[in-house]
Design a binder for this molecule. Structure first.
Ligand code: AMP
Ligand code: MN
Ligand code: MN
Ligand code: MN
Length: 273
């Protein structure tokens, strides 16, 4: 329920992604590029040839309480005006942010990063920090993606530019405006205190959020987040957040199973209803 292609910061084209998923036994796959739905048509064509059901999705960058969160839309209609216009405006601000990131990197001696990042972006209209990170690795400023964020691109680092995303309520409204399902992506990655995690879940519930994504690093286990999900009546979702094949990262189909008896978001998708 969570993957990326070259239309955002993944390295496989939508068709390659679908074929890899099929070869790994995936039967139901959501493509959820960051703030971008341009890959969905190609993915749907490949899915119909590969015996996979493709769920049209998107991962929207949003802000809540001054920090970035990601809201996944599943079963969206990419042609709906409200959503399409919203995503266009996010990509516009991504473009402006990229220019500023490059200027800041330039000031600390990293030259040529805008063109360099753009070469890693299949879709230069959706340029993001993942593309800058690949450029920094490629030119040996850092050893790996994770170092690119801890040394240059993460909050407070020399290449960090505060983003201007829509707030949580708008992102959820855009998804619901197309009759899609809104999933709070990877809450375990937001480094929130228990109190703030509760506040985020509360805000997501107040805005009509549908499901919470659990981490995909193994067998299902109860956590503060699954307890909160139950308390607020959210379904659970699970996905690899696949960007590229590699060591130490989840591959397509490496997802934590959700036990029977707990509502899973895929039970609510059009394709499975
Ligand atoms: P952006 O939406 O342009 O701010 O970039 C966020 C993306 O960067 C995420 O979706 C991840 O793909 C990637 N990312 C963020 N933090 C890290 C990290 N510590 N290591 C590797 N990739 C990261
Ligand atoms: Mn990404
Ligand atoms: Mn994300
Ligand atoms: Mn993602």
């Amino acid at each position: 329920m969570h993957t990326h292609s070259t239309y955002s910061d993944g390295v496989l084209t939508p068709a390659e992604l679908v074929r890899r998923a099929a070869s790994r036994g995936v039967s139901l796959l959501a493509l959820t590029d960051h703030d971008e739905t341009g890959g969905l048509a190609e993915a749907a064509r490949a899915a119909s040839e590969a015996d996979i059901v493709l769920v049209p999705g998107v991962e929207i960058s949003a802000s809540w309480n001054g920090q970035t969160i990601h809201i996944i839309g599943l079963d969206i209609d990419a042609n709906a005006t409200l959503l399409a216009d919203g995503l266009t405006s996010i990509r516009h601000s991504r473009g402006e942010r990229a220019t500023r990131i490059a200027a800041q990197l330039d000031a600390v001696g990293v030259a040529g990063s805008l063109a360099g990042a753009a070469r890693h972006a299949g879709n230069s209209a959706a340029i993001g920090r993942g593309h800058f990170a690949r450029f920094l690795v490629e030119h040996k400023y850092v050893r790996n993606m994770s170092d690119a964020f801890s040394k240059y691109l993460g909050t407070g680092r020399s290449g960090y530019v505060p983003p201007s995303w829509p707030d949580l309520a708008r992102a959820v409204d855009w998804i619901h405006g197309t009759a899609g399902l809104a999933v709070l992506a990877h809450p375990d990655r937001y480094r929130l205190s228990p109190r703030m995690m509760q506040a985020l879940f509360e805000a997501f519930a107040q805005n009509g959020g549908d499901a919470i994504e659990i981490s995909s690093d193994g067998r299902f286990k109860e956590s503060a987040q699954t307890r909160l999900a139950r308390q607020f009546g959210f379904a659970l979702s699970s996905g690899s957040d696949f960007h590229a094949p590699g060591k130490n990262v989840a591959d397509l189909g490496d997802v934590t199973e959700i036990p029977a008896g707990i509502p899973a978001v895929w039970q609510r998708l059009r394709a499975t209803r």
